[in-house]
Design a protein around this ligand. Structure first.
Ligand SMILES: Cc1ncc(COP(=O)(O)O)c(C=O)c1O
Length: 331
C-alpha cells in the first residue's frame, strides 16, 4: 500500500483541514472548566454577538445546532405534510433528507450542465403547495455562485408567502467584492432567510453552530422550535474566540482558496470538467457512469474519501499534500 493510502485523506465532508487556532483552543479549554454549568436556557448572548458583528439587531438572528439545526427548524415551522420544498439537484443532502423528515415533498430541479442552479426552472417549479425554496451560493456540490441581478429577478418572481432560504454556508471563501449584498436583499424581501455556519471557513464543525438572518417575524417563528439548553457553552466561547482571531482565520481561508485553484487546474489539465468553485471543494462533472466507477475505485485504493453525487464527484480542498494525492490518484 502506498504511503498516501496509509495516511488517507478525508475529503468528503467539506471540512476545514486546519484544527482550531491556539487562541481558540485556549478559549475552548477555558469554557470546558465550567462544563458543570448549564448554558443559557434559550441562547441570547450568541445571537447578540453575531448580530453585532454583522450589523443587524439580535432579533433578526436565530442560532442552531449547525446550519443543519436551523434548516430543520425552518422546515418544521413552514412545511406541513405534502407541502413542496423546491431545491436544486444535486444539493446539500440535508435539504431532501430533512424535507422528508417533516413529511414535505422535495421538488428537485436539475442543475444546468455547467453546474449552476437553474433559477428559471426553479421559479417555474413553485406552485400553490410550495412553502420553501432553497438556493445555495456558493452551491454545494459545484461551488458556483449566484449573481445579484439573477437572484433579485428570482426573488421578484416568488410570492412573499413562500420562504426563500439563501444558504451561504461557504460565503467566507468568496472574495468580499463578489458577494451579493445580502443585507440589502434582506431589507427588501421579508420572506428571505440567509443561512450561515461556523463549520466551514471558521473550522468549528464539531461545535455545531449555525445561524439564520431574516425579518423579525420570520425569525420569531423559527425561534419557537429552539431546544432549551440546546446550544453548548463551548459554541459561544468558540465563536467569540474566532471573531477575535478573524485576521489569522482569513489567512487560512486564503490558503484554502489558493489550494482550490491548484486542485482545479490540476484536474482540468488532466481533461476533467470542473466548474469554477468559490468554496472549499471542487466538482468533477460530466463523467460517464463508467468513468465515475473507475474514479470511485481509484480513490478508494488510494485512501481518499470523496463524496459521490448523482452527477459527479465532489472533492473537498485539503492541504497541499491532499491536492497532490488527488491529482496523482486520477492521473
Ligand atoms: C450548503 C450547506 N448548507 C449547510 C450545511 C450544514 O452545515 P452545518 O455543519 O452548519 O450543519 C452544509 C454542510 O456541508 C452545506 O454544504
Amino acid at each position: 500500500m502506498s504511503q498516501i493510502a496509509e495516511l488517507g485523506h478525508q475529503l468528503s465532508l467539506n471540512e476545514n483541514p486546519y484544527g482550531p487556532l491556539p487562541s481558540v483552543r485556549e478559549a475552548l479549554s477555558g469554557a470546558l472548566m465550567s462544563a458543570n454549568r448549564y448554558p443559557e436556557f434559550i441562547p441570547r448572548r450568541l445571537p447578540e454577538l453575531i448580530a453585532q458583528r454583522l450589523g443587524f439587531p439580535a432579533d433578526q438572528i436565530v442560532v442552531g445546532a449547525g446550519a443543519t439545526g436551523v434548516i430543520m427548524h425552518i422546515l418544521q415551522e413552514f412545511v406541513t405534510p405534502g407541502d413542496g420544498v423546491v431545491m436544486g439537484s444535486p444539493t446539500f443532502d440535508g435539504y431532501p433528507l430533512l424535507t422528508a423528515t417533516v413529511g414535505g415533498r422535495a421538488v428537485e430541479v436539475p442543475l444546468t450542465v455547467d453546474g449552476h442552479q437553474d433559477l428559471t426552472a426553479m421559479a417555474d417549479a413553485v406552485d400553490p403547495r410550495t412553502r420553501v425554496v432553497v438556493l445555495c451560493s456558493p452551491h454545494n456540490p459545484t461551488g458556483t455562485c449566484l449573481g445579484r441581478r439573477d437572484l433579485q429577478d428570482f426573488l421578484d418572481r416568488i410570492s412573499p408567502s413562500v420562504t426563500v432560504v439563501l444558504d451561504e454556508a461557504y460565503i467566507d471563501f468568496v472574495a468580499p467584492a463578489q458577494r451579493v449584498p445580502s443585507a440589502e436583499l434582506l431589507a427588501r424581501y421579508r420572506n428571505l432567510v440567509v443561512m450561515r455556519t461556523f463549520s466551514k471557513a471558521y473550522g468549528l464543525a464539531a461545535l455545531r453552530v449555525g445561524y439564520a438572518v431574516g425579518s423579525v417575524p420570520v425569525i420569531a417563528r423559527i425561534r419557537r422550535w429552539q431546544l432549551p439548553f440546546g446550544m453548548t457553552a463551548l459554541a459561544e466561547a468558540g465563536v467569540r474566540a474566532c471573531y477575535d482571531a478573524e485576521q489569522e482565520l482569513a489567512l487560512r481561508t486564503a490558503a484554502i482558496t489558493l489550494e482550490c485553484g491548484r486542485l482545479t487546474t490540476g484536474l482540468r489539465d488532466l481533461g476533467f470538467a470542473v466548474p469554477t468553485s468559490s468554496a472549499n471543494f471542487v466538482y468533477l462533472t460530466g463523467c460517464p457512469p463508467s468513468e465515475i466507477d473507475r474514479l470511485r475505485g481509484t480513490f478508494t485504493r488510494d485512501g481518499i474519501q470523496v463524496k459521490h453525487c448523482s452527477t459527479g464527484i465532489r472533492i473537498t480542498v485539503g492541504d497541499a499534500a491532499a491536492t497532490d494525492a488527488v491529482v496523482a490518484s486520477v492521473s
